[in-house]
Design a protein around this ligand. Structure first.
Ligand SMILES: *[C@@H]1O[C@H](CO)[C@@H](O)[C@H](O)[C@H]1NC(C)=O
Length: 369
């Protein structure tokens, strides 16, 4: 645990630009009665091109598919939900037609943001966009939390940032995308809470849904998601270490004395070197400030160490389906379609899309502090 005020939040912002050749652009029809001045004004107006309901579903599915299939597997990956507020501010920023990171001026919270620009609508599709971002995983090493030198991984790490729960994206056709070119589609995706916090890894590796933030191991396609929120397959994947047991009603761990954490893998400890020291935070100081017990739970007696006598050899593993799927053809098809696109690399690389695109405007790779 770290004190919030000492945390240095650094939002890495990423940009990528792709050109697509040989596709006719949709231009505003010039009207005969327009004066030259009118034409000029018209030509600089962005055309809102918001994502359709179907495209929103696809954007979500692609993001969640990428999140549920990370390597190594993630123990704490949250399911992403669509957030209309984020969609709204993303759409507003896309319509600014500036090839740079930013948010409407009245938005004070710093959200995560991925950008994409393409000269053809066929490249600015949910599939095209998310795949470009997720493909950066080739350069990312989860063990070291490093991106290969000279490469960009920040789009990918934001897509699979475990604690991000909200997504909203917007799209506009910009007659003049400032800093990029003419007649470009500008795509903006906003993420809440923001990921890419420097020095932090996108997720904690381990068996899926064993370290969900809620402490509840209810799992949907390897993502932490409450069974109450949906009618699809929902499993309890909670696993408890140190002889803890899963309460199948709640899908939480009951930890033996001395163990804590969502999966009983943690023991009682202080988080500051001055805990129990004098000068420092001696036991008597626990009631002076509410921050002290949070820094020094062991010293302040909020938890106890495991009993040396009680030995525990086994690791309890319980997994059970607690909600049955209402299987529909549609679900199967969606999943199938997504796997194909991600798995069949050869097919994707043969398409015109990648051949005719070129990346520009890269930012620095993720920093490891
Ligand atoms: C990640 O980096 C570690 C340490 O350098 C290395 O041992 C490991 O093979 C790397 N993993 C991948 C997938 O490249």
């Amino acid at each position: 645990m770290k004190m919030k005020s000492y945390q240095i939040l650094f939002i890495l912002l990423w940009a990528e630009l792709h050109f697509h050749e040989g596709v006719a652009m949709t231009m505003k029809q010039k009207k005969m009665e327009d004066t030259p001045q009118d034409v000029e004004d018209d030509a600089d107006e962005p055309t809102p091109s918001p994502f359709s309901e179907d495209e929103i579903d696809e954007l979500l599915d692609w993001h969640n598919y990428a999140r549920g299939t990370v390597t190594p597997t993630a123990s704490n990956m949250e399911y992403l939900n669509w957030d209309p507020y984020l969609q709204n501010i993303a759409q507003q920023w896309a319509e600014e037609c500036k090839w740079m990171h930013g948010q409407p001026s009245d938005v004070t919270i710093q959200y995560g943001q991925n950008l994409f620009a393409g000269s053809a609508l066929s490249s600015a599709t949910p599939k095209g966009i998310v795949k470009r971002w997720v493909d950066e995983n080739l350069f990312y090493n989860h063990t070291t939390n490093n991106c290969r030198k000279g490469k960009v991984c920040g789009h990918y790490t934001q897509v699979v940032w475990s604690t991000t729960t909200g997504l909203g994206c917007g799209r506009a056709l910009c007659p003049n995308l400032e800093g990029a070119g003419k007649n470009m589609y500008m795509v903006v995706c906003q993420y809440s809470p923001a990921g890419n916090v420097v020095g932090h890894s996108p997720y904690v590796s381990g068996p899926s849904c064993t370290k969900c933030r809620s402490g509840i191991g209810q799992c949907y396609e390897n993502l932490c998601r409450s069974c109450e929120e949906h009618d699809e397959i929902c499993e309890c994947r909670q696993m408890c270490q140190n002889c803890g047991t899963v309460d199948m009603e709640t899908c939480r761990c009951n930890c033996p004395t001395g163990y804590r954490g969502t999966d009983c893998s943690e023991t009682c400890k202080d988080f500051h070197p001055y805990c129990g020291q004098n000068p420092g935070f001696p036991k008597q100081s626990c009631r002076f400030h509410p921050m002290i017990p949070r820094l020094c739970p062991l010293t302040c007696g909020l938890c106890v160490l495991p009993n040396e006598e009680q030995s525990c050899q086994e690791t309890t593993t319980i997994a059970a389906t607690i909600a049955e799927l209402k299987t529909t053809e549609t679900t199967e098809e969606t999943v199938q379609g997504i796997s194909e696109i991600f798995v069949r690399q050869d097919e994707v690389q043969d398409s015109n899309y990648l051949e005719h695109n070129e990346a520009l405007g890269h930012n620095e790779p993720i920093e490891n502090v």
